[in-house]
Ligand binder design. Structure first.
Ligand code: HEC
Length: 162
């Protein structure tokens, strides 16, 4: 009986730890973000848009080959991470648009075969505050709706600059 209880407790502890680790893996910005390469910039001045802001997109090494050789049916390897640094749009007195403070960080990480990504094309979609705290959003509604039509490029919208 004691043995059984012990086994159950150990099993529970393992499950908890696994849960915590998985959770952290999903909702933490990578430490090696400085090694990511800039791939694209998008400016959305429209204040009503859900993606209002100046977005600088970065990609890690893992996904770089696929990004540059994307073709229909190709998919990104697990561990590919795209980061979007989002900055406020400031209009100057002369009517120019200038980059302001950081507003958020968007994140896509490929992990096929996960319960959490099965409705979002195999990608974790996360939005962080500038200090790296994950925001409480529904990835399917807040993110995937827009990315979903881009199935041909594995739900990635950016394309290499020509
Ligand atoms: C209104 C549509 C829209 C919504 C909503 C949206 N995105 Fe995107 N996202 C885009 C567009 C458009 C681009 C690429 C623009 C470009 O060509 O550089 C993009 C690019 C990205 C990229 C770079 C990789 C890629 O696909 O090009 C990441 C990472 C990203 N979005 C994450 C998110 C996250 C996380 C959310 C939810 C919080 C989100 N997006 C919601 C339209 C959207």
């Amino acid at each position: 009986m004691t043995m059984n209880l012990k086994t159950v407790l150990v099993a529970l502890l393992c499950l908890c730890l696994a849960g915590i680790l998985l959770g952290l893996q999903k909702a933490e910005l990578p430490d090696d973000m400085d090694d990511f390469k800039h791939i694209n910039t998008l400016v959305v001045p429209d204040k009503e848009s859900p993606i209002h802001g100046i977005h600088h997109f970065y990609l890690n090494k893992k996904g770089m080959n696929t990004f540059h050789s994307m073709a229909e049916g190709k998919t990104y390897p697990d561990g590919t991470i795209f980061i979007g640094k989002v900055f406020k749009v400031v209009e100057t007195e002369q009517g120019r648009l200038k980059e302001g403070d950081m507003a958020a960080v968007t994140y896509m990480r490929k992990q096929i075969d996960s319960e959490e990504t099965k409705n979002t094309g195999g990608w974790h979609f996360v939005m962080f505050t500038p200090d790296g705290t994950p925001k409480d959003i529904d990835p399917q509604k807040a993110c995937f709706q827009c990315h979903k039509p881009f199935e041909k490029s594995d739900f990635v919208i950016s394309q290499p600059l020509k």
